[in-house]
Ligand binder design. Sequence first.
Ligand code: TEU
Ligand code: CA
Length: 557
Amino acid sequence: MTITRKWWKEEVIYQIYPRSFKDSNGDGIGDIQGIISKLDYLSDLGIDIVWLSPVYRSPNDDNGYDISDYYDIHPEFGTMADFDLLLQGLHDRGIRLLMDLVVNHSSDEHQWFQESRKSRDNPYRDFYFWRPGKNGGPPSNLPSFFGGSAWAYDELTEEYYLHIFTKKQPDLNWENQKVREEVYTIMRFWLDKGVDGFRMDVIPLISKNLDFPEVDLSDFSSVIHDHFSNGPRVHEFLQEMHREVLHHYDCMTVGEGPGITMEIANDYVGEDRKEINMIFHLDHMLLGYGPQGKMDLVPTSFTDFKDLFSDWYQVIGEQGWINIFLDNHDFARMVSRWGDDDQYRKQSAKMLAILIMTLRGTPCIYNGSEIGMTNVYFDDINEYKDVETWNFYREHLDRGEDPEAFLKIVHRVGRDNARTPMQWDDSKHAGFTSGQPWIKVNPNYSDINVEEAQKDNDSILKFYQHLLSVRKAHPTWVYGAYASIDHGHDQIFAYKRWDADNTYYIVLNFSEKSFDYIIPEMHTTSRLLGNYPKTEIEGDAIAMKPWEGVVFQAESE
Ligand code: TEU
Ligand code: CA
């Protein structure tokens, strides 16, 4: 089968975490008018699509991923009129907008749940999962993603309700057709306003195993695969969603997929499936998470990281599509996790950008990574705001474990690493707010900010702008074939992209070591771009510098 050409395969996504992007009214919280004030910045960067993390009304237990009104903008972010201005401003610049569709669960403050919890025979009771307790405890030992049980007891009706995330994020019951119809109406509302699609939060979780069996807690990733994700009716629901809504719009859908493995990925994104267009799979993002999850870190290898990209390319083939990303609002900053956020920050951030732009898949840039923002390393746990961190911290203390050891883990994997305010300039609070920011700005903002990057021709930002423009001129990077050529090298990730017209060799040094790297396959080639002013070549050997990334274009044979 030949690969079909689609706009959403060629374009580049930029994720905005609205709470931390730009505050326009001095309350210390990013907002929609703040984003509007930065539309030219987005346009100059050269991105094509904005994925906007949730801006709906929410009590912010999980920073907007707990929605209490899907039809209204949270007052902290502004008004619906502001949203309409943002959408128009993006479209005027040829930029599309993806909303974040969070429908595996709602907020417990949504009126559906307020009704549902009133009585066992309330018409909204079956909008959620209610079960009697067992042996004086929860209906099952299913754990929450954020620590503790996935079941919460409600005194009023003396039953438990399911919440895979926080207690304030009760899971919606997709078995109930009324729930599905409400979701489809919500989707039509936003699509009719002109939004261009959705990023679908934890979409593989919407179908549950209704027996809610006891689970084996020895390995959290198997809980994700076997008990949270890929339930018996997930494809039926997504195909119904496609038939009822998506099929009627020229829109794009990207599913966020904890639990979507290579073996079943094309069941979601295969073009013949008529479900979703692509997925943010998390295989590389969850590398290093041990049997007890993200706070239980285990060593990983560079070859494990590289092989995932090659394996995913193989399984997706021509029939499906994925995203290529290395960070978002749930994970550490990419330059801190996979690059060097100290001596070689600029080189390694640029090298990682080459990876994102030259593998096959729709790239996604997380706001701030285009200027090489880093993890934050607060030395006081109270500077952290994330409910996930606080839930795990309380569990850690309850187990009598060392708070300092916990803090070190948060420095590596805490989600707030990616949620400190965008660093616009070296003025107070990095130009993010004129008030007190809801979370402290990373102290390195005086050196790392947009304004300094715009003045520096060698900045990470300028490199992203160049990369984005080169990517538009080289469709082989989108649709071309891929093969790894680094033969398991310990520091180098090297691969080939090609089609009938062009062949490219991409060579990325994921270390601060310098060494000669031979590429036997490399015929006469010319350097297309790189993160150093020049690349030293002797014959077939490249003298790789620390964190060097380089793209060669072979003369077409
Ligand atoms: O994240 C789902 C998900 O996979 C997370 O559990 C992620 O793996 C974890 O946060 C890593 O530490 C989505 C949203 O992106 C996240 O912000 C929400 O907290 C979550 O769903 C619930 O809506
Ligand atoms: Ca504000």
